[in-house]
Design a protein around this ligand. Sequence first.
Ligand code: SF4
Ligand code: SF4
Length: 417
Amino acid sequence: MQTQLSEEFRGTREGEDGAALLRSCVHCGFCTATCPTYQLLGDERDGPRGRIHLVKQLLEGQAASASTRLHLDRCLTCRACESTCPSGVQYGRLLDIGRAVIERKAPRSSLHRVARRLFAAFLTGPLFAPAVRMGRLAGPLLPLRWRIDGRDVGLSHAATASASLNSPKATPTRRMLLLDGCVQPALAPQIDAAARRLFARCGIELVNVTNDAGCCGSVHHHLTLPDGALTRVRANIDAWWPLVESGIEAILTTASGCGTMLRDYAHLLRDDPAYAQRAARISALARDPSEILAAEAAQLATQLPADAPPTRVAFHSPCSLQHGLRIKGVVENLLRQLGAQLTPVADAHLCCGSAGTYSLLQPALSEKLGHAKVQALQAGQPQVLLTANVGCLRQIAQRSQLPVLHWIEWVERRLRR
Ligand code: SF4
Ligand code: SF4
């Protein structure tokens, strides 16, 4: 698709990158069929092809409006369209450009701008953990839909507390960095605790670095607050660099949403001479835990208790895992090798509606997607629902009566039955 950049964008990084990305789109519309928001709203402007056209119009200097912003806001950034596109259009990168432009050309009200900044600061700041604790206290009084956690939290915390007593450990011969993150330590600390024990079984020590940034930057990135996102990215690179130089083998996160952000560090800081090289190294080291554990599956299977029963499991692969990181089938194969009977899940490519901050900013659309996802997951009558990202885990757990776990927790529990 040819773009006639307006004077304002000609010769700029934003304009030239946007035009290059637009060039690969042939406007065929295959992507529309797999877009969750198009399926729900039936409006071309709420599908990838329509949004691509809106970004093209912005870069060509056509009037920007609140309506344009609304259609770009409604995008989940799930990137299902990228998986479907036969021309390899990098829709996510194009959307980032479009969102940055629309924030300048059709700015939100001052109230909304302040609210978005406060929201990002709350989620990634020191007040979030106490707020979660208060929410947990009120939890039993609330409907399941509004609770902080799903049904399995008591089990998870009990398992975490007793686990160190009975988890055999190989002597660690390998070291990897495990990200702290921002919301996950407050919402589901048992996930990283289980990851440490599981990797220890494989002779891998997971070390962490607690720094002020904490967050990988994706919360600010989702809210189109690029300065805040880059501040966190740079702070993380500074904090992690001594470990990188000491020779750690990989950088891991148990939230696949953060994993996609890490892979983007190289792109985000490509024009920053002070950070570009180090950012590229961080992205090169970023791995999803499944990529490491897939190579360990056979030896983990030998550690399964003899009486471990087959379990019916439904796995929700987060968009960040299947479309962002393009890791497909790896977790599922690992689960099968460890005795899971995977139940079929219809429309597995569709987003659950969590999508970073989307569930809070677009609650009506998020609710429909969350409801549909839980129906699809439960259709095969599984005993447990598994996923790979804390946001998806909450979205599903708040709508299901079944236990909902991170797949790492399930594997780790299974090994020490
Ligand atoms: S993004 Fe890809 S699938 Fe969608 S219209 Fe463009 S070329 Fe076709
Ligand atoms: S990222 Fe997801 S919601 Fe956005 S256009 Fe692509 S498929 Fe649709």
